[in-house]
Design a binder for this molecule. Structure first.
Ligand code: DX5
Ligand code: ZN
Length: 215
């Protein structure tokens, strides 16, 4: 079964605590938190202090997606705020090995994400050290964009590499995932799907999450 990580980017921020509780009750497996700095991506969202204050609203794992230029510098802040998985971008300015080590030092799971134009192969030297690869299926920065199905090829390349070497990382997809696009995704080796707009704008969150989960 695919695990579902609803992205709070599409929630009603005036009642963020209730929104988190609602997706938890509706069957979410984790909570996806999109951190944007207005530099790595052309949008600004929230940082560690917001995450710290909403940590008490849920016992689900916090899946923190850092779309920021200097992730290495901020890893301890997000770890202290209550992140469980810290995912940073391979295209950021931070040294990849140092960032992986810092996240591990903080006792958190490590994810690396790649943008649509980034070659999957750049991840190969790091796959043995990490817990998650987050494949972007939209250009990072905004919710509600169209799913780029040509990115699914990356999942096959990663799965093949994982099986060949007995690696343990999970494959996560992020962007444009809804009850229609999930039908294509189900033919690929995907462990976790992030979904924002489709879940938070749906009439019945539980049935939407359930549709997204079932293979
Ligand atoms: C985009 C974010 C995604 C996004 C997903 O930069 O990383 O997590 O919020 O939202 P939807 O499901 O609306 O594409
Ligand atoms: Zn995201």
């Amino acid at each position: 079964m695919i695990k579902i990580s609803p992205s709070l980017l599409a929630c009603d921020f005036s009642k963020i605590g209730d929104e988190i509780k609602k997706v938890e009750t509706a069957g979410a497996d984790m909570i996806h938190l999109d951190v944007m700095d207005g530099h790595f991506v052309p949008n600004i969202t929230f940082g560690a202090c917001v995450i710290k204050s909403i940590r008490k609203c849920s016992s689900l794992p916090f899946d923190v997606h850092l779309m920021i230029s200097e992730p290495l510098k901020y890893v301890p802040n997000f770890a202290d705020a209550g992140a469980d998985i810290i995912t940073f971008h391979a295209e950021s300015n931070s040294d990849i090995i140092k960032t992986i080590s810092k996240i591990k030092e903080c006792g958190k799971k490590v994810g690396i994400s790649i943008k649509p134009k980034t070659d999957t192969k750049i991840l190969f030297p790091y796959l043995k050290y990490i817990d998650v690869v987050l494949i972007m299926t939209v250009e990072p920065g905004f919710g509600g964009q169209a799913f780029m199905k040509n990115q699914l090829q990356k999942a096959l390349i990663l799965k093949n590499e994982s099986q060949k070497n007995d690696f343990n990382f999970k494959i996560e997809l992020d962007g444009g995932i809804n009850t229609k696009t999930i039908e294509i995704i189900k033919n690929y080796p995907i462990d976790i799907c992030v979904s924002g707009t489709c879940i938070f704008k749906s009439e019945n969150m539980a049935s939407t999450i359930n549709k997204l989960k079932l293979r």
